[in-house]
Write a protein that binds this ligand. Structure first.
Ligand code: GAR
Length: 203
């Protein structure tokens, strides 16, 4: 089996990036993170990448006239780094077909809700304020919609009586760190096939 060469896009603290790095180091994810890109110069994800010896770059949206031009720059950098797979790990921008067509069926996202409920930003807070009894997270293929691509894995997280949005988000994050590397592993193993909206997982 060939190792994935993952380019990670991250806007924030990068704990999902760390989970991928750790799984690769532990041998549970046959992958190498070849580059970390961020739209935010102060993203802690960049420090995590530095600590792991991974090449990084910041690409600031304000320097590009359109989302397509921005994504074209990302594609160029990812291809230079030799990436064959893109993981959106807390990446808070919508990607365009420019990126998706460069990496067909190879762009994965982790989202902190049981999609299709609560897409977009602050999903954990949306779920909490809606009063759901079961929250969770979703690893999915990315399409050009908002958190709308075919679902690979989901993990449920019960909402406890004494939860607030932050405590719930923290328990969801623990599950994200499990299912995102697992979804990438299934991709590496060639076990995922997509038919319409459904993702089939081979034994
Ligand atoms: C994670 O909860 C991730 O699911 C979420 O941002 C957080 C980033 O945490 N992503 C989205 O909301 C995308 N719609 P991290 O930077 O510590 O991985």
């Amino acid at each position: 089996m060939q190792k994935l060469k993952i380019g990670v896009l991250a806007s924030g603290s990068g704990s999902n990036l760390q989970a991928i790095i750790d799984a690769a180091a532990a041998g549970t994810l046959p992958a190498e993170v070849v580059m970390v890109l961020s739209d935010k110069p102060d993203a802690y994800a960049l420090a995590r990448a530095d600590a792991a010896g991974i090449m990084t770059a910041v690409v600031e949206p304000k320097e590009y006239a359109s989302r397509e031009e921005y994504d074209a720059k990302l594609v160029k950098l990812l291809q230079l780094a030799g990436a064959d797979t893109v993981a959106l790990a807390g990446y808070l921008r919508i990607v365009t077909p420019v990126l998706l067509e460069a990496f067909p069926q190879r762009v994965l996202n982790i989202h902190p809700a049981l999609l299709p409920a609560f897409p977009g930003l602050h999903a954990q807070r949306q779920a909490f304020e809606h009063g759901v009894k079961v929250a969770g997270c979703t690893a999915h293929f990315v399409d050009s919609g908002l958190d709308s691509g075919p679902i690979i894995l989901q993990a449920p997280v019960p909402v406890l009586e004494d939860d607030d949005a932050d405590s719930l988000a923290a328990r969801i994050l623990e599950q994200e760190h499990i299912i995102f590397p697992l979804a990438l592993r299934l991709l590496a193993e060639g076990k995922l096939s997509v038919e319409g909206r459904r993702v089939y997982i081979a034994d």
